[in-house]
Design a protein around this ligand. Structure first.
Ligand code: FEO
Length: 386
């Protein structure tokens, strides 16, 4: 159902409660929105982004409630990922007078249907009494991504930027704290790899002084919620730290867990806030939200086939690739069986490792040593560790 946002803008949210994993990777415990928008001007209309093609019939009928399809002059594709663009071909069948607007990069990268209008930074098209301005925000998820802005109403259509998992049929939430966790989970799974670009795009959007942020997933932001999401994006995309220690561990027979338990107690005795995640059981997307806020990450595992325990190893490779360990020191605690994996963990983590300690049945780790490790780790929460 359409929701009016301003004088010229309507939102067309479609709620997907059927897909279990976003990108076949990240759990959708409570669905996800695909938000499309309609801009109505005195000289024609525009549609900004579409929805996943599985919901095309529902989408088309909601569009028809607010716009005469023959009046649509432009379909703007801010981002070509199928959750936002896969209805485009079907939609164009109903839009006899529409051109497809996409960034110049997008026009180069993709075969698009219809009459394509490539645009650059600051380009505008007119709908009479209202204008669409295109702001290039590359790598806010893919290289072609852009933001569309309606200056007369102060509405910025930001696509993946400021998105969140979860179902919001009326584009609102009555659980703001819970919502922000889903926005954070969206950030770490989709955008964190491109944090420098996200930071720059957030600055560009802030400089527009928008009244409304209208993302492709999640709720509409205005007033306090708008300021808060902009501030959070500034923080999250700037080697964010929240004064916490994160312990990522795996434990096959309980030996590593007993050391982790003792280490956590020693840290908490020093007033340090510790998050502890068992990587054999933790969902990666939720775990990644904890990595984002850590000052220092402790990685504890047993060797497995002379390598790092797989649930820890593959998670580390993923968060490295997502940029979530950038600027974060890592402390390694390894339980050796017949051989160690020091060279292998050093090959994965490189100079992020500030200390490596191993123990084994023949070389146990005593209480005093764990206390000394806790003291060293705690120093990273309150200082640069030097
Ligand atoms: Fe929501 Fe990158 O697509």
């Amino acid at each position: 159902m359409a929701v009016r946002l301003s004088d010229h803008v309507f939102a067309i949210p479609v709620v997907d409660r059927e897909t279990d994993l976003f990108e076949s990777l990240w759990p959708l415990d409570d669905g996800v929105n695909y938000n499309s928008y309609v801009v109505l001007g005195s000289d024609g209309a525009a549609i900004v982004d579409t929805v996943h093609e599985s919901f095309f019939d529902e989408y088309l009928s909601a569009l028809r409630e607010v716009v005469d399809l023959e009046s649509v002059k432009y379909v703007v594709i801010n981002h070509m990922e199928p959750d936002h663009s896969s209805s485009l071909r079907d939609l164009l069948e109903y839009l006899p007078n529409a051109r497809v607007v996409i960034s110049k990069t997008g026009a180069t990268l993709f075969n698009l249907p219809g009459d394509v209008l490539p645009v650059g930074d600051g380009d505008e098209v007119s709908l009479g009494d209202v204008t669409l301005r295109f702001i290039m925000t590359p790598w806010t998820h893919w290289p072609e991504t852009m933001v569309t802005y309606v200056p007369q109403d102060g509405v910025a259509f930001t696509c993946d930027l400021f998105g969140a998992y979860g179902a919001y049929p009326d584009l609102k939430t009555d659980d703001w704290d819970g919502y922000l966790l889903e926005a954070r989970r969206y950030y770490v799974t989709v955008l964190s790899k491109y944090s420098n670009f996200v930071n720059s795009a957030t600055g560009k959007i802030r400089s527009l002084h928008p009244k409304i942020l209208a993302p492709g997933h999640g709720v509409i932001y205005s007033g306090d919620s708008l300021n808060q999401i902009l501030d959070l994006y500034d923080d999250w995309s700037s080697e964010h730290k929240e004064g916490r220690v994160l312990v990522l561990y795996g434990s096959m027979y309980g030996g590593v867990f007993s050391k982790v338990d003792a280490l956590v107690a020693a840290l908490e005795a020093r007033g340090v806030v510790v998050d502890t995640l068992d990587m054999s059981r933790e969902d990666w997307s939720y775990a990644m939200t904890f990595v984002l806020g850590a000052d220092i990450v402790v990685v504890a595992y047993p060797t497995y086939d002379s390598h790092v325990f797989p649930p820890v190893r593959y998670f580390l490779e993923t968060i490295l690739d997502k940029g979530l360990l950038d600027g974060k020191p890592v402390f390694v605690l390894e339980a050796k069986a017949w051989s160690g994996a020091e060279q292998k963990i050093r090959a994965i983590l490189g100079d992020r490792i500030v200390d490596y300690v191993s123990f084994s049945e023949k070389q146990p780790l005593g209480v005093d040593q764990i206390d000394a490790i806790a003291e060293r780790i705690a120093s990273y929460v309150y200082s640069d560790g030097s």
